[in-house]
Design a binder for this molecule. Structure first.
Ligand SMILES: [Zn+2]
Ligand SMILES: [Zn+2]
Ligand SMILES: [Zn+2]
Ligand SMILES: [Zn+2]
Length: 531
């Protein structure tokens, strides 16, 4: 079925498996295209805008995802998770004549919010969404990392600086989408490599510079085989100044254009579309996902079945739709940050280990509640049926919360990274815009530095200096955010376009837009070329 997106007016397709899923979830077909739906969820995700704050319960200082001008009551994580306050005390009656989203907004304005979400981490106050980490700094998300600074979604990694999604990497700098790498600098999509520099898509290589698509090679220089001696001479001649580094990166970018790129990177996947996927079966539009079974429109999600439109999380998730950040959750829809064993949750925000909740915020271990008010099971079932009917009539049922309800300004969220919008556009749409604080743009003085690009102040922390020394690279001239955005530029968009393999002419779904200059090959042509 073809539909037109209510927001961007682009045509989009609803597949028969999409249709089956919507029937199963008892929702109508979406009114927004996959991209606009993605943007709407991302506008609820603040990963990188951090502010100094004060817990309004214990009065201690805390790092906060909420700027001081936000209307919310902020509790530090310890207080929020304690029994020293009762989220049920904010419970209220459902008002039949009013939009349900508006009623959620009214509740959102009074229930205290967790200043920042960090779980079981040590010495990692500036690492939102990190779990089981140690000594993390301005590193977002991820699981079991140690000594990682500046980046997003590391996993099982150690001593990494400036990265996007390193998996089991150690002592790496400026790596993007790499796994099992040791001492690699300025590399992307490399696996099981060590001592590789300025390289792209190497597997099982060591001691290579400027290489692309090599397998199990060593001592190569822009894909040319050297002797160990020649290689070492050339490596020693590298100056590692900012100019030299920029020059090698530019050379790599040029060289990449002469080598084929795989349309869609998938490992052990069946009948799936997307990119950077592993162990997926019948998964469409999946990006950075693994262990998926019949899912679609999934981003940074693992171990999930029969679900659609999820950004981050997973693990034993099933029958979930339109959620941001879920863990161990089944048969649920419209969730924002709901973890640790939930089922039958609808339109809930920060609810944990609960079931049968509707329009609730900040509940733990509760059941049969609507707008934080307790009901009997029978009353709960009856009233939720009534609310669903009203929401269906209002076009709210099956939709994620509108961006206007986001607790963050648009440019504080990940939406601005994937779907950048100007201040004018954001305001015209009725979304919030965060105005930068002029106090963050002072002239350089002492250890206070000024970003070469955006002029924002930044400081280097003691722990990073030893890594620059160890890597032999100069100190960065850009602030952490500009460095992050530069890395994001090197990634492919999380969108798919139909193209033809430039070798065999079969149709492929790829993250490379049709007007991009790269040579795009289907998986089998690419493998014949590379292996
Ligand atoms: Zn759209
Ligand atoms: Zn507190
Ligand atoms: Zn900057
Ligand atoms: Zn082909």
């Amino acid at each position: 079925m073809e539909k037109t997106c209510r927001q961007c007016q682009q045509a989009f397709t609803i597949t028969t498996s999409d249709q089956d899923f919507y029937t199963r979830m008892a929702v109508s077909t979406p009114t927004l295209c996959p991209n606009c739906r993605q943007q709407r969820r991302l506008a609820w995700r603040n990963e990188r805008s951090l502010y100094p704050g004060t817990c309004q319960l214990c009065k201690k200082k805390t790092i906060s995802l909420y700027s001081p001008d936000k209307p919310f009551t902020i509790y530090c994580q310890d207080c929020w998770q304690s029994d020293r306050w009762d989220p049920m005390s904010f419970g209220r009656d459902y008002k039949p004549g009013q939009s349900f989203f508006e009623q959620i907004r009214e509740l959102q304005l009074v229930v205290p919010r967790m200043a920042i979400t960090i779980r079981n981490c040590e010495n990692s106050d500036y690492a939102p969404w990190a779990v089981d980490g140690k000594n993390l700094y301005l590193s977002t998300g991820g699981f079991q990392n140690e000594n990682c600074l500046y980046g997003m979604f590391p996993t099982y990694s150690k001593d990494c600086i400036d990265f996007i999604m390193p998996y089991q990497c150690e002592l790496c700098y400026e790596v993007i989408e790499c796994s099992d790498c040791y001492h690699c600098l300025f590399t992307q999509r490399c696996a099981s490599c060590r001592d590789c520099y300025f390289s792209y898509n190497l597997h099982g290589c060591h001691d290579c510079v400027g290489c692309v698509n090599l397998r199990n090679k060593q001592y190569c220089w822009f894909n040319e085989q050297l002797t160990e001696q020649e290689y070492k001479c050339r490596l020693e001649a590298i100056q590692w100044t900012s100019t030299a580094i920029a020059d090698y990166r530019a050379q790599l970018a040029q060289f990449k254009l002469t080598q084929p790129h795989v349309a869609s990177e998938q490992i052990q996947c069946e009948a799936s579309t997307g990119d950077l996927m592993k162990s997926c079966n019948q998964t469409d539009y999946g990006f950075d996902v693994y262990d998926q079974e019949q899912t679609a429109y999934m981003f940074d999600v693992r171990e999930t079945k029969d679900s659609r439109d999820i950004y981050t999380g997973g693990v034993q998730c099933e029958l979930t739709y339109e959620c941001h950040s879920i863990l161990q959750t089944q048969n649920s829809m419209g969730l924002n940050v709901c973890w640790d064993g939930n089922y039958n949750l609808f339109y809930c925000d920060h609810c944990f280990t609960s079931h049968d909740l509707f329009g609730c915020i900040g509940l733990r271990k509760q059941k049969f509640c609507i707008l934080n008010k307790q009901y009997s099971e029978a009353d709960y079932q009856q009233l939720t049926r009534q609310i669903i009917t009203t929401m269906q009539a209002a076009g709210e049922w099956g939709e994620f919360y509108p961006i206007t309800l986001s607790p963050f300004a648009y440019n504080e969220t990940v939406a601005q990274e994937y779907f950048p919008r100007s201040e004018t556009t954001v305001k015209t749409n009725g979304w919030q815009w965060h105005v930068p604080d002029p106090a963050d743009y002072k002239p350089a003085q002492g250890d206070l530095l000024v970003c070469r690009d955006c002029r924002k102040n930044y400081r280097l922390v003691a722990s990073e200096l030893k890594y620059y020394k160890q890597f032999g690279v100069p100190q960065p001239e850009l602030c952490p955010q500009c460095r992050h955005l530069a890395r994001m530029q090197l990634r492919n968009p999380r969108q798919l376009w139909p193209r033809t393999c430039m070798k065999c002419r079969t149709t492929v779904a790829t993250t490379y837009q049709p007007d991009r200059p790269e040579m795009i090959y289907c998986t089998s042509c690419f493998q014949k070329e590379v292996y």
